[in-house]
Design a protein around this ligand. Sequence first.
Ligand code: TXA
Ligand code: MG
Length: 332
Amino acid sequence: MTDCLAISSYAIKRASALLATGQLVAFPTETVYGLGADATDAAAVARIFSAKQRPAFNPLISHVANPKAAFSLGIETPLARVLADAFWPGPITLVLDRYPDCPVAMLTTAGLNKIALRVPAHDVACQLLSAFDKPVAAPSANPSGRISPSTADHVLSGLGGKIDLVLDGGPCQSGLESTVIDASGKDPVLLRPGGITRLDIETALATAGLNVKLLTAGPLGMSAQPLAPGQLASHYAPRAPLRLMAKDAVIDEELIGFGPIKGAGRLSLNLSPGSNMIEAAANLFAMLHAADRSGASKIAVAPIPDTGLGEAINDRLRRAAAPRHQGFTHRL
Ligand code: TXA
Ligand code: MG
């Protein structure tokens, strides 16, 4: 059952309480409705992928109430400060380096050491983010492959029964998703065009006196620039080589188990001893990172069934195990 509530202080409290217990809440932003979960709770974020039936784990945007909260999670750069001052709150998402102790779940950023941050300009989103007081991971609230929802009815027709609550704040103003900019370096890189235009950004940068060039991340193999994280073939992969479908560990290997296949090596990791796909998805990136840091020269992973989130888990494992091309794969 999916509840749908008109906006009131009760509705905001209820939504915040649901988020705090790992549930899913759709809420309006100035661009589209987002499907929100506590960004620091990997199992809650795994439920987003499950509800959307995404066949792959893409990194998600962490939504926060104000720029100060954003810059407590991602490392501020002079460029990010200018863009935040010019466009936040508003439809721009800044990709920054994660702080080493950033509490956002590894699944939210799909294992990357960069985090996408956004301060939405919508009264309901602001109220919810202030009440919850933690980052909220939220992709658009539609099933994978369907168009982004700009009303509560769109959300209900796509995800009704699969999520806990929709906050009905009426139609979104734009329907066009936020512009995504990697602002972690000196020059900004446009990762996804959106509500804020290239000209808007160039004007803001020039006004602030920043002498930088707005670069564009091109599709695979089409651009002279290295691919940015979150784009196409760019994915987190551990440093150590990965062996899939492993039933047991060979010497100096860290085996990440699943179900009855126990983990082996220094850490004895298991994605989910009870073969629960939400739990396995929640643990995936954190365990790959842990295995990589264990000092083992190789990482092995037990077979994962292709059911439910297993499809996305296997997609990510195959990419992490594939031969590496410089610039296309992001490591620790
Ligand atoms: O307007 C919007 O941005 C909406 C509302 C709900 O805020 N959200 C949204 O989220 O469109 P989603 O998940 O559909 O798109 C997230 C975009 C993707 O293009 C993803 O690749 C990029 O942000 N992204 C997220 N985290 C990233 C990261 N760490 N590095 C690079 N790109 C990232
Ligand atoms: Mg989307």
